[in-house]
Design a protein around this ligand. Sequence first.
Ligand code: SF4
Length: 323
Amino acid sequence: MDSGQFSRSKQFVHAVEDVSFSLNTGETLGIVGESGCGKTTTGRLILRLIRPTSGEIFLEDSPNLATLSDHAIRPYRRRMQMVFQDPFSSLNPRMTVGSIIREPLDIHSICPPADRPQQVRKILDEVGLPLSSLNRFPHEFSGGQRQRIGIARALAVDPRLIIADEPVSALDVSIQSQIINLLQELQKRHRLSYLFIAHDLSVVAHISHRVAVMYLGRIVETGTKAELFENPLHPYTKSLMAAIPNLDPHVRQKSALMEGDVPSPANPPTGCPFHPRCNHCMEICRKTPPKPTVFVTNGVEHEVSCHLFSHDKQTLKKTVATT
Ligand code: SF4
C-alpha cells in the first residue's frame, strides 16, 4: 500500500457476496433485511443495472447474463422489469400516462403500431386505472395510482420477472393492500415471477411463497413462508420478527431484539458478519464464517447459515464463549 500524502489505497466494498437462489415461474421470493443489507443491490445486479464482478445469472433459457455485453443483454432486459419504491421519481413528469405505457411498446416493437393504442388501454384496465388517465400527467395522481402506472409500464413488455423494490413502503397502509392484491392478481393472470424486496416482514409474509433473509450482503436464511415464520432459525431472523410491533399490549416478545446498527460493508466483521450483534456468539463465530446448512422438513428445504446449526453443532456447543 502506498502511503504518500496524495496517494490513495483502493478499498473494495463487497455489497453482495455468495448470494445464490432460484425463482420458479409464478413464484414470489421475498427478500428482507435492514437498510444497507444488499437487497436493492441484489435486484439491480440481476437486472444488470450494476455489472457483477463475478457470478452467474440465468433467466429461463438465457446464457449467463452476468457476462453479456450491454448490447447482447438487451433482448433479456425486456423479460425483466423493475417496479420502484418511489413511482413519482421514476415516471417522466412531462409524459402523459398513455405515452409512458406506450414507450416500451415502441422501443421493443411489441405488436403492430396500429394495435398499440388498444394495447395501452388494455394494460391500463388491467392495473385498475380509468381510460380518462391516458392524457393526464403523473403529478395529477395519488401515490397509489402512480404505483399502478409504474406497474403498467413494467407490464407493457410482457415480462417474465418483476423485481419490486419496496413497492408499497411509501404508501398508506390501506393503499398498500390494494397494490399487493393487484400484484397477486397480475401474477396469477400472467404467471409472473416476483422478487419482492422489502424491509417490512408483515408485507413480505403476505405476498411471498418463499423468503430470503439478508444481512450485510449475504443470505443468512431461506425457507418457505410457512417454515420461516413458524420456525425461524437464524438469530437475525428471530430479531427481525421480534421487532414486528404487536398490537396486543399484553404480549411481551422483545427478548430477541438486537442492538446496534448494520456494520459498514467497507469494513465487515470477521467470521460471521452478525457476530457483534448476536446474543449467541461463540468463539468460532468471531473467526469462521458459517456455511449454509440445509434442513428438510416434510420434503421442504430450509437453509440457514449459522454455526448453531452447523453439521458439527454438538462439538460447537462446547465452545460457547460468553460475550
Ligand atoms: Fe450468531 Fe454465531 Fe450464528 Fe453468527 S454464526 S448468527 S454469531 S450464533
